[in-house]
Design a protein. Sequence first.
Length: 57
Amino acid sequence: MLPKDAVMLLSAVNLKLRDYYGSLEELCDDMEEDFSRITQTLEQIGYHYDRERNQFV
């Protein structure tokens, strides 16, 4: 389960994307997380998913 707090979520997701997953979709499928919840939560603090970098920037 990923953190609910946006800053903690950012850190956890970027770490997992860097070390374990080739895409956000792969992370969501494997962890049974909601793609929209993650992207919307992180957009609220000014981050968006960059597919090319495979991280939130």
